[in-house]
Design a protein around this ligand. Structure first.
Ligand code: FES
Length: 93
C-alpha cells in the first residue's frame, strides 16, 4: 500500500498505473516519475556504493541524484521522465 500525498483539488491528467519495485502505484498522465513516487511516499530512490541514501535534489535534470531503472533501462532521471501507463520502475538498492 502506498500513500497519496497529492493536493486533492489540483487538476491532473488521466489516472494510470505504474509499478514500482513490482508494487502497483497510481500515477497521472503528465507527471514525472519523481512526482509520482514522491506522491506515493516512495523515498529514497537509490543508495550509493557506501550505503548512503539518495533522492531527487534539483528536480530539473542537473544533479543525477534521482536515478532509477525504467522499463529495464538503468540510470534514468526520475525528474526528467514522464510516467506512462504500465511503466515498470525499480529504485536502486
Ligand atoms: S533530481 Fe536532480 S537530476 Fe533529477
Amino acid at each position: 500500500m502506498t500513500q497519496n500525498l497529492r493536493i486533492p483539488s489540483a487538476a491532473r491528467g488521466k489516472q494510470i498505473t505504474i509499478t514500482v519495485n513490482k508494487i502497483p502505484v497510481t500515477a497521472y498522465e503528465g507527471e514525472t516519475v519523481h512526482a509520482a513516487l514522491t506522491a506515493a511516499g516512495i523515498y529514497p530512490l537509490r543508495q550509493t556504493l557506501s550505503g548512503e541514501t539518495r533522492g531527487a535534489f534539483c528536480g530539473m535534470g542537473l544533479c543525477y541524484e534521482c536515478l532509477v531503472t525504467v522499463n529495464h533501462i538503468p540510470d534514468q532521471q526520475a525528474c526528467m521522465t514522464r510516467v506512462q501507463d504500465g511503466m515498470e520502475i525499480q529504485t536502486h538498492d
